[in-house]
Design a protein around this ligand. Structure first.
Ligand SMILES: Cc1cc2nc3c(=O)[nH]c(=O)nc-3n(C[C@H](O)[C@H](O)[C@H](O)COP(=O)(O)OP(=O)(O)OC[C@H]3O[C@@H](n4cnc5c(N)ncnc54)[C@H](O)[C@@H]3O)c2cc1C
Length: 426
């Protein structure tokens, strides 16, 4: 690489900031320019629906790196700098201010945007979407003034928002078009358990319920549900998923996944264009554990893909890929999971807790043809770590003991695990 032409990172979010750090820790001494469309230095998004939504004091505490990191590491952080076009042949990026940056290698870490409900687009009075720190600050301000909130969407983001709002004393109603919560991510038994827990904490749930008509008036939003019920709310949050931000990639002619819309990358996070990598929520990658290409919208996946992309840009080996891991905090439960749900998985419980328990603790172990594919821990993250080495392996002979919560998990895992397969990492 030439001395002055930088590695350009487009997107100053989780993946961008972690990739910049990885480039330096791998010994890259050349220029790194990171262009971010937001005015904030890279920050972590998970707290936006949790602590940040409830407490203004948290706003300044969520940086991916300490504020001095970028100067200390000689990373040129350009904030409020939106890249508007990418010429993949000439290796040049255009910025909204009219300037251009030539690059040796480029990482697209452009994340995604909240999916829009056409009837209630962003900007509609009383209606909020939650993706950025500015969104969270606006929503918090509105929540502190409204006594009531309607959340549209019963995915992780909708549930976390509902949980935080209920904790702040708001009367919360959540509308979900599917018959159960988190249907694609969690087994039905846990979706139902979380629904009961949410109800016990005062959240009204409308499941299997579509919105037929919506409108706004001076004092709020009215929603007419299928079946005729009408809800009126001074405040509505729409949380119906994410669209990957692929405008630059599409404009540059990069291959996109035909179904999930993400930028297609290989196992080293290389896109279809030479010298352009992609990482994080914007990209779609083959996941060996699930046998399919998918977008993993998670903090851990953004970090992992950033690490792999940085190594690939420098032509060094990234080492083994970590298992997909995700967490959510809602209704007093820290839910962590390794692997992911699949329709063919069968779940067994390790322990059980009533939904009204003050400190529930249990696990669900999901196996497919005897192999552990999905392990979920409710307030039992330490136990989940014990299972890491078993994911992807046949546990059929040991499942009964793994599910016996009178036995220490560490001991059962050691018994099960022959030396030979400790090294297998999916
Ligand atoms: C409210 C909320 C709660 C979450 N909670 C959890 C959780 O509990 N657990 C979990 O695992 N994950 C959670 N996530 C998901 C996790 O935060 C994301 O998966 C992660 O932030 C993805 O990182 P990223 O770098 O791909 O995208 P982002 O962090 O979104 O960063 C992308 C950045 O690129 C910028 N950008 C886009 N286009 C351009 C352009 N053309 N020019 C310049 N800049 C551009 C954007 O402005 C943005 O700042 C949550 C997400 C949200 C929004």
């Amino acid at each position: 690489m030439t001395q002055h032409t930088p590695i350009l990172i487009v997107g100053a979010g989780q993946a961008g900031a972690m990739a910049a750090a990885a480039l330096r820790s791998l010994g890259y001494g050349g220029r790194i320019v990171m262009a971010g469309g937001e005015r904030h230095a890279p920050y972590e998004r998970p707290p936006l629906s949790k602590s940040v939504l409830a407490d203004v004091e948290q706003d300044g505490k969520i940086g991916v790196h300490p504020p001095s990191f970028y100067a200390d590491q000689d990373i040129e952080l350009r904030l409020g700098a939106c890249v508007t076009a990418l010429d993949a042949t000439r290796h040049v990026a255009q910025l909204a201010d009219g300037s251009a940056i030539g690059y040796d290698a480029c990482l697209l870490a452009t994340g995604g945007n909240a999916r829009v409900l056409p009837a209630l687009p962003p900007g509609t009075p009383h209606v909020h979407y939650l993706r950025s720190l500015d969104d969270a600050a606006r929503l918090r301000h509105a929540m502190q003034r409204a006594g009531e909130l309607v959340v549209i969407g019963g995915g992780f983001l909708g549930l976390e928002t509902a949980s935080t709002a209920a904790g702040m004393g708001l009367k919360v109603t959540l509308i979900e078009s599917a018959e159960r919560l988190l249907g694609r991510a969690l087994p039905p038994e846990l979706g139902t358990w979380l629904a009961d827990r949410g109800r016990a904490q005062g959240v009204t749930l409308h499941l299997g319920c579509s919105i037929e008509v919506c409108g706004t008036s001076g004092d709020g939003v009215h929603l007419q549900l299928a079946g005729g019920a009408v809800l009126r709310a001074p405040l509505v949050v729409v949380a119906i998923g994410l669209s990957p931000e692929v405008t630059l990639a599409a404009g540059a002619g990069l291959a996109l996944h035909p179904q999930n819309g993400g930028i297609q990358v290989d196992e080293r996070c290389r896109t279809s264009a030479p010298d352009i990598h992609a990482a994080g929520d914007c990209c779609s990658q083959y996941q060996p554990l699930f046998g399919t290409e998918m977008r993993l919208e998670s903090w851990q996946s953004a970090n992992e893909q950033a690490r792999i992309a940085a190594a690939s840009m420098l032509g060094v080996d990234a080492g083994p890929t970590a298992l997909p891991w995700f967490w959510t905090d809602q209704f007093g439960c820290n839910v962590q999971m390794l692997g992911a749900a699949h329709p063919d998985i069968r779940y067994d419980w390790r322990g059980f807790a009533a939904h009204a328990d003050a400190t529930p603790k249990f696990m669900l172990l999901g196996t497919c043809h005897g192999r552990l594919r999905h392990a979920i821990a409710v307030n039992a993250g330490g136990d989940l770590r014990q299972l890491r080495s078993l994911v992807g392996h046949d546990v059929s002979a040991h499942l009964a003991r793994l599910c016996d919560d009178t036995l220490p998990l560490r001991q059962v895992v050691r018994e099960r695990q022959p030396e030979a397969d400790r090294s297998i990492t999916l």
